[in-house]
Design a protein around this ligand. Structure first.
Ligand code: ADP
Length: 477
């Protein structure tokens, strides 16, 4: 049995802003089958604290990063949680990263330094008779952990793995905060955590963790290029030998078309019809002869949805429709709402709605993911499982998880979606046109749906790879 402490800032079903939460929430259950015992350490946001029933106090400090801290243990939704209760840092309503003005909480460096420091304490002394063999850090919020493990003198005994879910977020702080963050100034060098005159928590993880992973093999390669590495490509090239891409799975219990309480369950694509009717009604769309394309996404530049707005005429000219569920940047929200107002082939729901995300994926004929970059992407995997054909940009994990309906993919009978390259409006428009061709050919469409629904999208293979990595890191200690 290998013990793993998973350090993360979000975890489904308790607190989620994106795919990171899904992965952090699903991995422990999947790894259990491989003989790995995972405990997940999380900040004690209000939503997390409210979910704890009779928690056990594991550790406490009267003053850490400016206030009191208690580490609490509880089992919630099948997860073994360790929750850092520090009200001065976490007890606030609203977004977990952003204040009411839409900007980062000013004390974010300290908020997540606290998480990392306490994780290092658990690595050092254990808690509740349990000690990790490996500490697995997720994204910049967990990035300072290996430094604190060195400071607390436990790094030589316990292994570390750092996973990059999205390199766009660096966790920067002014160098003047080094002292407050209890980071020895010796780490503040260009080989260490300095990044263009600031300190970077993400770089800390990338430099000091024993092994690095990211969430798909293609994104692992992309990260080492200037186009995708966002200034850290050199750091990643230097650590090439320690970097692996392990593709994300989805929770096939939660995302199961045959047994999903949010939808009319179905075993075969024919069963999608009732769900489609619901979605057309909910989004104020008429029945049409073209494909109903759905989108479930954060509305940010990354996701390429402004390109979709521009490419829409090609789709709607062929009877295609779009139903979009999303929230994010206000200009994109506004642009999509305006489109829906004027275009009868477009329906939009601005907001975050878990149940509706299941319904819309069940009801769509196709799911669109035209991302400019995409470390792994989850919604295309949901689409595959629900027989909702993914049309995706050929980038990151979207490259690795979809089999393109190219002439070769079609004649070999293996295609399950559509990929387009380069990631431009024109090539997206061409792909949408191709989608309509495929949709009109009922035989081909049925083959795509069949292939999609039988594609393995669970965690089995990926957990084997994580297990092998944990083993390697543990053996090296
Ligand atoms: P990212 O992590 O970059 O946002 P992913 O595709 O990896 O992208 O994961 C996004 C996750 O968030 C998926 O589980 C998706 O279903 C969910 N999601 C995104 N937007 C919404 C929304 N508006 N309502 C419900 N779920 C959403």
């Amino acid at each position: 049995m290998i013990n793993v402490l998973s350090v993360a800032s979000e975890c489904a079903p308790l607190v989620k802003t994106g795919g990171l939460a899904d992965v952090v929430g699903a991995l422990p259950g999947a790894l259990k089958k491989q003989g790995v015992s995972v405990r997940t350490i999380l900040p004690g946001y209000p939503a997390v604290m409210a979910a704890l029933k009779r928690p056990k106090k594991l550790l406490s400090r009267r003053k850490l990063f400016g206030g009191p801290m208690e580490l609490l243990a509880a089992k919630v939704a099948g997860l073994d949680l360790q929750v850092v209760d520090a009200p001065h840092l976490y007890d606030r309503e609203g977004n977990i990263y952003l204040g009411p003005n839409g900007y980062d909480w000013p004390d974010n460096p300290a908020r997540f330094a606290m998480l990392c420091w306490v994780a290092a304490m658990v690595a050092k002394s254990g808690a509740d008779g349990w000690r990790p063999d490996v500490v697995h850090m997720h994204d910049w919020q967990a990035g300072l952990t290996p430094i604190y493990m060195q400071v607390q003198k436990v790094a030589k005994k316990v292994g570390t793995v750092m996973t990059v879910h999205n390199i766009a977020f660096h966790g920067l702080a002014p160098a003047s905060q080094l002292n407050d963050l209890m980071i020895p100034s010796s780490y503040y060098t260009s080989e260490g955590i300095e990044f263009w005159g600031q300190l970077s928590a993400l770089k800390a993880g990338l430099v000091y963790a024993d092994k690095l992973t990211t969430v798909s093999p293609t994104y692992a390669l992309e990260l080492m290029t200037p186009d995708f590495g966002m200034g850290l490509d050199g750091v990643l090239r230097a650590r090439n030998a320690d970097l692996t891409g392990i593709v994300n799975g989805i929770d096939t219990g939660v995302w199961n078309p045959t047994n999903d309480p949010a939808i009319h369950p179905y075993k075969t694509p024919a069963g999608k019809a009732k769900n489609k009717a619901d979605i057309l009604q909910k989004f104020g769309l008429d029945e049409s002869y073209g494909p109903l394309c759905v989108v479930v996404s954060r509305l940010t530049h990354q996701k390429g949805l402004n390109m979709l707005l521009q490419a829409l005429p090609v789709l709607t000219a062929r009877g295609g429709q779009v139903a979009l569920l999303g929230s994010g940047d206000s200009d994109l929200e506004r642009a999509w709402m305006t489109e829906a107002k004027h275009n009868p082939a477009v329906g939009v729901h601005i907001g975050y709605d878990e149940a509706l995300s299941h319904k819309i994926i069940a009801g769509g004929d196709a799911i669109l993911v035209p991302s400019r970059f995409e470390p792994c992407g989850l919604t295309q995997l949901y689409g595959l499982r629900y027989g909702t054909i993914p049309l995706v940009a050929m980038t990151g994990g979207l490259t690795d998880t979809v089999i393109n309906a190219s002439p070769a993919g079609l004649s070999a009978g293996v295609a399950n979606g559509i990929q387009f390259l380069p990631v431009t409006t024109d090539s997206l428009a061409t792909a949408l046109d191709h989608l309509c061709d495929l949709y009109e050919d009922k035989k081909i469409w049925a083959m795509l749906q069949k292939n999609a629904m039988k594609q393995p999208v669970g965690w089995e293979e990926s957990t084997r790879q994580y297990m092998a990595l944990y083993q390697k890191v543990t053996n090296a200690k």
